[in-house]
Write a protein that binds this ligand. Structure first.
Ligand code: MIC
Ligand code: SF4
Length: 636
């Protein structure tokens, strides 16, 4: 207890006991949404009958769907701008950059809570916020004034000592954690950094680590608020937002990992999972055709100035496409003011606007069979848009070294590292952020033809009889369930249309089978639903008739989203039962509604002539939500 996270939770708890494992409800000070999850979030908010948002500050960002190949994305942008005007939100326009980067720069406040409809919301933990990713419906509810419900997480302390060597940076620290702990290693935890090594890390380096805590399955990641935080906020013209927060003397962590920064070396996550980590020196020599610097993870001013510095004395290999999309427009402007942009342009770097772009398959797909190195946080299979893609996640240092040599290269082979100006001196410009309107009642919401209202669902019946139509392995991501990319993302505001793409890369027959069977179930292994917070991965399957998921374990946000849309999340009591549950089986549960409402945790399922036991581990509030058929029905 008395870690930074505990202190913020205690200041915000409004229901439940402040102890790990307890169901608690937190007051949320700020929210953020991005366009790909935002349209649904605001359709849900509109249904909650409020005139004005109840949070201290909420921001609607546009950063994912920037390619406008027809009216759909542009219509979504207009819808979001009109909603922001009507309900009193800040609106960050397309081109201003990625939600997490801008939120850190312009709105983060140490000690406040932030809920965002995007899994990388914990990025603002770099500035000592308790920042959590959630499904859009949960975010809408907090804007309407409801608290956020969660299980009080355990706290994992990461003690940092020493100092990073030349050519090693923040990405290598978090890749080291992924190597040790895997993509499910921090599930149920908030990661909190402490120790003497902290003072060597600037806010943008901390942001890289807080950002990729989501890849470890953590509920959030958080840093103390110290002199770096103060200098950062001062540089952003927000000195008054600073307050000191550090763990109290003798603070207790539920688990501790020690990292001596001086022993780390450049690392890379090989295809196709962020925890498939190797030392770069074991991968050297593999030819590279694309190098992308961008995303909410690693396209900060420090990163781009370092690359510009290296390129001054070097050339990009002729077989490599080196592309940069700055994390925010502020970064781009300051890169230009410091002279870095011209160095990049002269050396033939492809400069893109600030936004998610290739990170979510909105362009920048790699060529068939070719290696793409990216400073992004995720390399799940097919996420780049290319089938059987070969995407490696690396630091900006490894990225630039490899772009110069044309093959995976340990950046230490480049010799002397350019010296970096780590001072917090920047120029601020908020022209792409529209502040909340004062008299907002006159504003009309603008809905283009592709924006469809939410489907309605019935409450849970007493007995269910479902056909298993898909059985999957461990670590299934929401990218497997509800893929993104430039032909699917524009359908995020239209559930009927997007549902035709559910599981399309895993089983192209899935939708046809669901159509045939009507009410169906899915079986899977460990850490089911990791990755994105997209609630479409629950809502679209529910629309197709998925009523139950039976797995070995769930990822946190996806489990909450399933309940919000009335899908029963069961886990195997005996892991061996996974082996005997087959596609084609029919799963019968008698009196499921009463069992759920009575608080029963052990649920009996009849599969043909066999009986197995499963677990339903959810709160009493979530039981009522399931019985009602979902959160919208429950709130009504
Ligand atoms: C992602 O990185 O997977 C996304 C796209 O940002 C998602 C949100 C979404 O699917 O819209 C996330 O991280 O939650
Ligand atoms: Fe955007 Fe990629 Fe960050 Fe998701 S992980 S918010 S797609 S940049």
């Amino acid at each position: 207890m008395d870690t930074v996270a505990d202190q913020i939770i205690k200041e915000h708890i409004i229901e439940g006991r402040p102890e790990p494992g307890e169901n608690i409800a937190l007051r949320i000070d700020q929210t953020l949404t991005q366009d790909a999850t935002g349209t649904l979030t605001y359709l849900e908010l509109a249904g909650m009958g409020i005139d004005q948002i109840k949070t201290e500050l909420s921001v609607s960002y546009v950063d994912h769907n920037l390619s406008q190949t027809d009216n759909k994305n542009a219509d979504d942008h207009l819808f979001l701008q009109s909603v922001a005007a009507k309900y009193g939100l800040y609106f960050s326009k397309p081109g201003n950059g990625i939600c997490h980067v801008i939120h850190l720069e312009r709105f983060s406040i140490p000690g406040k809570t932030l809920l965002g409809s995007d899994s990388h919301t914990p990025t603002s933990g770099a500035c000592a916020m308790l920042a959590i990713g959630a499904g859009g419906l949960d975010v809408a509810a907090t804007m309407a004034g409801y608290p956020f419900h969660l299980i009080y997480p355990k706290i994992m302390g990461i003690r940092l000592a020493g100092k990073l060597s030349a050519w090693v940076s923040a990405k290598d620290i978090v890749l080291e954690l992924l190597k040790r702990l895997t993509v499910k290693g921090a599930a149920g935890y908030i990661i909190e950094y402490f120790g003497p090594g902290l003072g060597t890390l600037t806010i943008s380096q901390r942001a890289v680590m807080a950002n990729m805590g989501s890849e470890l399955g953590a509920t959030s990641s958080i840093f103390p608020s110290d002199s770096h935080t103060k200098a950062f906020l001062e540089s952003q013209g927000r000195k008054e937002s600073w307050r000191e927060i550090s763990a109290k003397e003798g603070a207790q962590y539920d688990h501790i990992e020690e990292i001596d920064l001086s022993t780390l070396e450049p690392l890379a996550a090989a295809p196709s999972s962020p925890d498939n980590v190797y030392p770069v020196r074991e991968l050297t020599g593999k030819p590279v055709s694309q190098v992308l610097i961008g995303s909410c993870s690693n396209a900060y001013l420090r990163d781009l100035m370092m690359i510009a510095g290296v390129l001054k004395k070097n050339k990009i290999h002729e077989d490599v496409s080196l592309e940069i999309s700055p994390g925010s427009n502020q970064i781009l402007e300051n890169l230009a003011l410091r002279g870095g942009l011209i160095d990049l342009i002269r050396k033939g770097v492809r400069i893109h606007q600030s936004g998610c772009l290739g990170c979510i398959g909105m362009g920048q797909a790699p060529a068939t069979g070719k290696i793409s190195l990216r400073t992004f946080p995720r390399n799940f299979p097919g996420r780049s848009g290319t089938k059987d893609d070969r995407v490696f996640l690396v630091s900006p240092e490894t990225a630039i070294a490899s772009a110069i040599k044309g093959c995976i290269t340990d950046p230490r082979d480049l010799g002397e590292c350019p010296s970096l100006n780590n001072k917090y001196d920047i120029v601020i410009n908020d022209r792409l952020i529209i502040p909340p309107k004062i008299n907002n009642s006159d504003y009309q919401i603008i809905m283009g033809p592709n924006i469809k209202s939410l489907p309605e669902f019935t409450s849970l019946p007493q007995d269910i009889n479902l056909r298993v139509i898909l059985k999957l392995d461990d670590n299934i991501t929401t990218d497997h369930i509800m893929p993104a990319g430039d032909h699917i993302l524009p359908l995020r505001s239209n559930i009927q249309a997007i549902s035709r793409h559910v599981f399309e890369r895993v089983d192209p027959q899935f939708v046809a089978k669901a159509d045939r069977e009507k009410e169906v179930a899915i079986v899977a292994g460990i850490n089911y639903g990791q990755g994105s917070s997209r609630e479409h991965a629950a809502l679209a399957p529910r629309y197709l008739g998925v009523r139950l998921k039976l797995v070995k374990s769930f990822a946190r946000i996806h489990k909450a989203n399933l309940i919000n849309f009335g899908i029963i999340p069961l886990t195997f009591e005996q892991a061996e039962d996974y082996g005997i549950t087959m596609v084609g089986d029919s799963l019968k549960i008698k009196g499921i509604k009463d069992l759920i409402l009575s608080g029963e945790e052990r649920i009996k399922i009849i599969i043909g002539s066999r009986v197995i036991f499963t677990r339903l581990e959810i709160s009493s509030r979530q039981r009522e939500i399931l019985a009602a058929g979902g959160l919208i029905n429950y709130l009504k």
